[in-house]
Write a protein that binds this ligand. Sequence first.
Ligand SMILES: Nc1ncnc2c1ncn2[C@@H]1O[C@H](COP(=O)(O)OP(=O)(O)OP(=O)(O)O)[C@@H](O)[C@H]1O
Ligand SMILES: [Mg+2]
Length: 236
Amino acid sequence: MLKVENLTVYYGKALAVKDVTIEIKKGEICAVIGSNGAGKTTILNAIAGVIGKDGKVVFENRDITNLDTHEIANLGIAYLPDGKTVFKELTVFDNLRVAYYKKLKTGGEVGFQQKLSGIFEHFTNLKEKIKLKAGFLSGGEQQMLSIAQSLIREPKLVILDEPSAGLSPKLVKDLFNIITFMKKNRLTVLIVEQNVNKTIKVADKVYFLKNGKIVDFGKAEDFRDDRVIKKAYFGG
Ligand SMILES: Nc1ncnc2c1ncn2[C@@H]1O[C@H](COP(=O)(O)OP(=O)(O)OP(=O)(O)O)[C@@H](O)[C@H]1O
Ligand SMILES: [Mg+2]
């Protein structure tokens, strides 16, 4: 579904990402693990068209390397850089409604209600606060709302940059339940996370990034042993 070939990114003269090649098949959960500054966000920004790069990005057999962020989003790639995509003056309900807007033509009201109840099964916090303005939600809840917004748009590929950052233990648990739910629904996910163990548990495939380069990759199940992770992640 997504192929990233020999991705290289410089910020000025500084090399951030070098020759990164990643392949994600439909329905796979693919994780990129690496320490701070390894280049994880840079890879995601490059795929989503936020920054310039060398190399090639192919999505569903189409070369999207030189498309802009809007065009890439319209192809069904939902990129969640952080939790700041919600409209603070709108209620939780309206935020979801706005997110579904483009789908209304095809899905209609029934489609919206169905999606909404599906979402609320997993986002119980949001269900309780459906009438509240999003600005009154906690930072973590706003982050969950922005994930809910992207899911209601029925993307083909969801790209998540450290979605658990700043969440309470309860919301982290909800988040990983939601990722498991995405997996059951055969959604394709590219995720960058600090929560290494939890991520490797839900992932199918994992790439380890160090100083902008892939140092190891493989089936997630082969990395579920702590010692293997430590070796790959910390090099020790
Ligand atoms: N806009 C920028 N201009 C210059 N250098 C940048 C820019 N963005 C990132 N960098 C540098 O590129 C390298 C990779 O950064 P990146 O944000 O991709 O890392 P990361 O793996 O996402 O780290 P973190 O876990 O802290 O989010 C870092 O050395 C960083 O300082
Ligand atoms: Mg980052």
